[in-house]
Design a protein around this ligand. Structure first.
Ligand SMILES: NC(=O)c1ccc[n+]([C@@H]2O[C@H](COP(=O)([O-])OP(=O)(O)OC[C@H]3O[C@@H](n4cnc5c(N)ncnc54)[C@H](O)[C@@H]3O)[C@@H](O)[C@H]2O)c1
Length: 343
């Protein structure tokens, strides 16, 4: 197949593009940034967040190559950053609109990357099956951008017959996620800080429990979805993709320390505004529809992530510099991010 991936310079985009390429597919990427990991697949440098005129062959008058299916991953993907800078949430919605318009006019199905953030901080549910999302509980401007994206997708299916799959990811970690100068994610930040002998802060307290997904499992689910959607075996479905197990962030930090042979210097702090403090995915639908079967538990995934991080760091010693968490940077800039007490 010929597959167009937006956000192809990002963590999931890079892993997915390489996996598809090695599987014999043709891949064409779009991103507003260069890919700093690989030059193995072609991509176009383009900002997808503009308000553009109608675009038959590609967004903003650029002719894209012939495409069988679009995977739309491009987004500002950081919850805290979007709480501090809400205009970026609107850009996420605009990007999704642009990509949908392209897909509609090119008549190609779309895979959309949503998030477990659409569920909000839903301690009130026993489980998190796909019906549990309730938009009255929009937790953050990032959640709002994903809810808006999903709503656009559903409306395009209904109004224009555009076939789709929506995937809701959760804390994807592993290879190609350590560009901390661009985006601070918790697992690479902890590895980075512990390697440097620096303390770490666990926002959300000792009980903060999330469903961490090793990137190969996530990509495996997306590839199954691409194949099923292309063959129209599975169409117009919204599906959780995660590992399906809750782990505390404290446990995660301890496993990283174990792999590094160090003792973690941890401080517990209240949750950050907009943050989800409990989530474990219900994967029944992914298993039933796609035969999805994630097989990298957290302890194994952390071992792989730490090994990859160290190897990369050895090749790039210049990256061994102090990194500030996003909200600390924003506080310095006076953007007023808050913490909320853990309830
Ligand atoms: N990684 C996770 O844990 C996770 C969890 C839930 C949902 N998601 C979603 O999955 C998708 C991929 O996530 P990721 O972790 O690879 O994020 P990422 O930040 O690594 O990749 C996103 C890419 O989108 C690009 N992009 C942003 N704005 C753009 C614009 N205006 N025009 C063109 N490109 C633009 C960025 O440059 C980046 O390379 C995102 O939509 C994210 O919201 C990710």
């Amino acid at each position: 197949m010929k597959i167009l991936i937006t956000g192809s310079s990002g963590q999931i985009g890079t892993n997915l593009a390489l996996r598809l390429l090695y599987g014999g597919h043709e891949v064409f990427g779009i991103d507003k940034r260069r890919n700093t990991w690989t030059d193995e697949f072609p991509y176009l440098l383009q900002d997808l967040a503009g308000h553009y005129a109608p675009f038959p062959g590609g967004i903003n008058g650029v002719e894209y190559p012939e495409t069988d299916l679009v995977v739309h991953l491009a987004a500002h993907a950081k919850v805290h950053q979007l709480v501090g800078e809400p205009h970026r949430a609107l850009e996420n919605a605009v990007m999704t609109f642009n990509v949908l318009e392209y897909a509609r006019q090119a008549n190609v199905p779309i895979v959309f990357s949503s998030s477990r953030e659409v569920y909000g901080d839903v301690h009130r549910f026993e489980g998190y099956n796909e019906q549990a999302a309730d938009f009255a509980y929009t937790e953050s401007t990032y959640s709002a951008s994903k809810i808006a994206g999903e709503a656009f997708i559903y409306s395009y299916a209904r109004c224009y017959g555009l076939p789709y799959l929506v995937f809701r990811f959760s804390n994807v970690y592993g290879r190609y996620d350590n560009d901390l100068h661009r985006m601070v994610r918790v697992i690479p930040l902890f590895i980075h800080s512990m390697l440097r002998g620096e303390p770490i802060t666990i926002y959300g307290g000792r009980d903060k429990t999330l469903d961490f997904t090793y990137v190969d499992d996530c990509v495996d689910g997306i590839v199954r979805g691409i194949e099923a959607l292309a063959e129209r075996r599975v169409v117009n479905q919204t599906i959780n993709l995660a590992y399906g197990e809750g782990n505390t962030l404290v446990h995660c930090a301890e496993r990283i320390a174990h792999e590094l042979g160090t003792e973690p210097d941890m401080t517990l702090a209240p949750s950050l505004l907009g943050e989800v403090t409990h989530y474990v995915a219900d994967l029944s639908k992914a298993r039933a529809l796609l035969g999805y079967d994630p097989n990298v538990p957290l302890d194994e995934g952390i071992a792989r992530a730490v090994a990859w991080f160290r190897e990369h760091r050895e090749a790039h010693p210049e990256e061994d510099t102090f990194v500030r968490a996003d909200h600390e940077r924003a506080q310095e800039l006076g953007q007023g991010w808050k913490t909320t007490p853990v309830t």
